[in-house]
Every structure is written in C-alpha cells, then in structure tokens.
Write a protein that binds this ligand. Structure first.
Ligand SMILES: [Cu+2]
Length: 211
C-alpha cells in the first residue's frame, strides 16, 4: 500500500481511539461489552495489525482499486429470493458527508445467510449513469463513523475477498444498479451495514444501509 509511516501511525492512533470509544459505547449497553474490550485490546497490542485493519476504515485506503473477487453478478439469484435463508433488509440513505451530486441515492440492500454462505444484493438508484461504484459489508452501524471499518469474517485476516465482502458495480444508463455477490461463509452476523463508495482515489463514502 502506498501509505507513509507517518500516515500509518496517525491512522493507528485514530483507530485505537475509535476502538476505545466503541468499547465504551458497548460497555454502556451491556451485552458483548467484555468481548468487545478484549478485541480492542488485542488489536491495540499490534500496531501493524491496527494500521492494516484501518484499510478502508476511513475510506482512504485505496481499496476501491482492487475489484478481485468483488464484482457483482446482476444475473445471480438475488439474496431476497433464496429459499430458506435468514434474510436481513436495509434501506440506503445518503450520508451527511455525501458529496454534492450523490445525495439523491436511494435503494435497498439484502443480506441472506443460508446453507451455502452469505449472499448480498444491492438495488439502488439515483446514481450517475454508467458510473462505477464500490461497496462493502461494514462492521458498524451507519450512525457510528459512517459504518466504520469493513466487516471481516476473520477479524485478523485479509482485507480482501473472500475475508471481506466487496461489491463492485456500475450504474446503468438510468443511474440504477442491481447486483449480487456471494460468499461461502454464512457467519456474517458481525456485518452491521453496507456502505456505498465512489470509485475515486479516496473511496469516498456517500451512502449507507443499516442491516
Ligand atoms: Cu466500504
């Protein structure tokens, strides 16, 4: 990655602060607080891991340039049509930080967990005609740091598919897109949102759906 050491250190610091904040938030809510604190501590113990995990955390990692294993298939069976699946639905809303020209986005996201794995379908409109976009499953709700970092099946594993779910897609002539990606791992309950990114240098986040 083309990240300088200075940037890495700054980002690692930001991530640690974010993790601490997350742990505090979770403590206040009970539930998995202890586990969250342990996870935060684990991550904090390794600077290089923290820096790597920040890939995509703030949308500036350049991840949008790697579409390997991520290209959506418009002809695949959509998540909401898979029989017997545990289906979650979310509604896309523009983020407060959405740049001019992206605020009219709307649509839905479906995540189906089933015997074969996890299938994600996004159905959006209000995009730029023929423009390319990127999206991912993210680990936090939209209201928390615009979805936070990418969701990973193995938290300490790769930031690429299949350990993350990436969905690259291109809008049609009407600015609409409907596409589906599948992953053979069904254990995606940790995915709390789907974030849409511009396919630019920074991978700018502009819309999010809570799952
Ligand atoms: Cu993302």
């Amino acid at each position: 990655m083309i990240t300088t050491n200075m940037t890495r250190n700054r980002r690692a610091g930001t991530l640690l602060a974010a993790l601490a904040a997350t742990a505090l938030t979770l403590s206040a809510c009970g539930g998995d607080a202890e586990e969250a604190v342990e996870n935060a501590a684990d991550t904090a113990g390794s600077t290089s891991t923290a820096a790597n995990q920040d890939g995509g955390h703030d949308g500036h990692s350049g991840h949008s340039h790697s579409h390997e294993g991520a290209t959506g298939d418009p002809n695949a069976t959509p998540a909401n049509e898979i029989e017997g699946a545990d289906l979650t639905e979310g509604t896309f809303n523009p983020l407060e930080s959405a740049p001019a020209g992206t605020e009219s986005v709307s649509g839905v996201a479906y995540v189906a967990r089933h015997d074969e794995g996890t299938t994600v379908t996004i159905d959006v409109e209000g995009l730029q005609p023929e423009a390319a976009y990127m999206s991912h499953l993210h680990a936090q709700p939209c209201a928390e740091d615009d979805g936070g970092p990418h969701f990973r099946f193995d938290e300490k594993g790769s930031e690429k598919p299949p350990n993350e779910v990436h969905i690259a897609f291109t809008a049609d002539a009407d600015g609409a897109a409907n596409t589906t990606v599948s992953n053979d791992n069904p254990n995606s309950e940790g995915a709390k949102s789907i974030v849409l990114h511009l396919d630019d240098e920074d991978g700018t986040k502009f819309a999010c759906a809570d799952l």
